[in-house]
Design a binder for this molecule. Structure first.
Ligand SMILES: Nc1ncnc2c1ncn2[C@@H]1O[C@H](COP(=O)(O)OP(=O)(O)OP(=O)(O)O)[C@@H](O)[C@H]1O
Ligand SMILES: [Mg+2]
Length: 353
């Protein structure tokens, strides 16, 4: 049964930070009412797993409290499980099966390494064919979800839909789905880079790489023998500018960036081998996509057009609130809450809980 549309906010939890956003209006003409963020100490959340529930609860409460220009004035929200904690699969199911859900579960049991008793999952059709349909299937461990729920209870907030990060991202970054080609989405955050493929209006592939902005800063700090704080400032000021420190800082930064590029190349080859759908563009997002000259460098090395995805490109905002908001995930979650039936407007890991 679907819920009536209700006022709610989006909540994103990364290893690095908590972000909340509340929108109002229609999905294609939304207004940002409130946005707040708080940094998390190292180790509170690691690789998407919670290691300090109390500190995470404090971080969420703080992000909500800091929200501006308006307040977050509801307990209901939509959440995205960190990408590292979900299994994303794409199954082809013949149209003549008796039960699609049984057929999907059989396929899932072959590839998803989670005990059935500890599994939450959901699926949705992505592509209809004459003889078979393609389904997006998403699963996670129930105990992972429960540990987040314990924290939410401490804060006094309640999720009514749970999806995964890249599904939220594409909602903020794409107005329509490209008909004849796929797009590559690369979210470079602080600790993690998520590389996903968006095709047929859906995420069809997603991979996590444990190299991102913090690694860039660490390489600069170690290579130039400066503190992490100074390295962070230098990184933001100069990026890949070849003139800074006689080119040494660009060279140091390119080493982890090249590792990300090598992974992206593999993803491109994998998709090329799997389908005949061309990947015609790459959308860069996440805080580290702001590294100066990174889009140009990625374009030169990978040879595909690179755009920087702007999370607020279709959202009305009050003056000055744009600059700090770099995450399409939290905006995409808040956008889902503006749909007529938000709990049904995409994968919802609470649907079969
Ligand atoms: N102008 C800039 N130039 C380079 N890097 C930047 C810039 N602004 C922010 N960053 C980097 O962006 C990162 C934070 O990005 P983001 O908010 O997307 O991370 P996150 O989603 O919290 O982390 P993760 O998803 O990795 O757990 C930090 O490493 C920060 O140094
Ligand atoms: Mg992130």
């Amino acid at each position: 049964m679907s819920l009536f549309k209700k006022k709610s906010f989006g909540l994103e939890i990364s290893d690095n930070a908590v972000k909340v956003a509340e929108l109002s209006g229609k999905p294609m003409a939304a207004r940002l009412d409130a946005y707040g963020a708080s940094q998390l100490d190292i180790g509170v959340v690691d690789n998407g797993g919670i290691f300090d529930k109390k500190k995470l609860a404090e971080g969420i409460a703080q992000a909500i409290e800091k929200a501006s220009p308006g307040a977050i004035d509801t307990e209901d929200f939509i959440f995205a499980l960190p990408e590292s904690k979900v299994f994303i699969q794409f199954f082809e199911i013949p149209n003549n099966v008796d039960s699609v859900s049984d057929a999907i579960r059989v396929k899932a049991s072959e590839v998803v390494p989670i005990d059935f008793a500890n599994l939450v999952d959901d699926y949705m059709p992505v592509l209809e064919g004459e003889e078979a349909n393609e389904y997006l299937y998403v699963a996670a461990q129930k105990d992972v979800l429960t540990s987040f729920f314990e924290v939410f209870e401490q804060v006094g907030i309640e999720p009514y839909a749970v999806e995964f990060e890249s599904a939220a991202m594409v909602r903020a970054l794409f107005d329509t789905c490209p008909e004849n080609h796929a797009s590559l989405l690369v979210d470079i955050g602080a600790r993690t880079t998520i590389v996903s493929i968006y095709d047929y209006c859906s995420i069809v592939f997603s991979k996590n790489i444990q190299i991102a902005g913090n690694t860039f800063t660490k390489h600069l700090s170690e290579g130039l023998k400066v503190s992490m704080k100074d390295a962070e400032q230098l990184k933001i000021k100069s990026g890949l500018d070849p003139k800074t420190k006689k080119g040494k800082s660009a060279t140091l930064l390119k080493s982890p960036i090249d590792e990300i590029i090598a992974e992206i190349s593999q993803v491109l080859s994998f998709y090329k081998g799997k389908t005949d759908r061309p990947i015609k563009e790459m959308i860069l997002c996440g805080g580290s996509s702001r590294l100066k000259q990174l889009p140009e460098y990625m374009h030169d090395t990978l040879g595909i057009p690179v755009k920087v995805g702007l999370p607020l490109s279709k959202i009305k905002t009050k003056k000055g609130s744009k600059k700090a908001i770099l995450s399409p995930t939290v905006i995409g979650l808040a956008l889902r809450s503006l749909e007529k039936k938000p709990d049904e407007a995409g994968i919802n890991l609470l649907a079969n809980l």
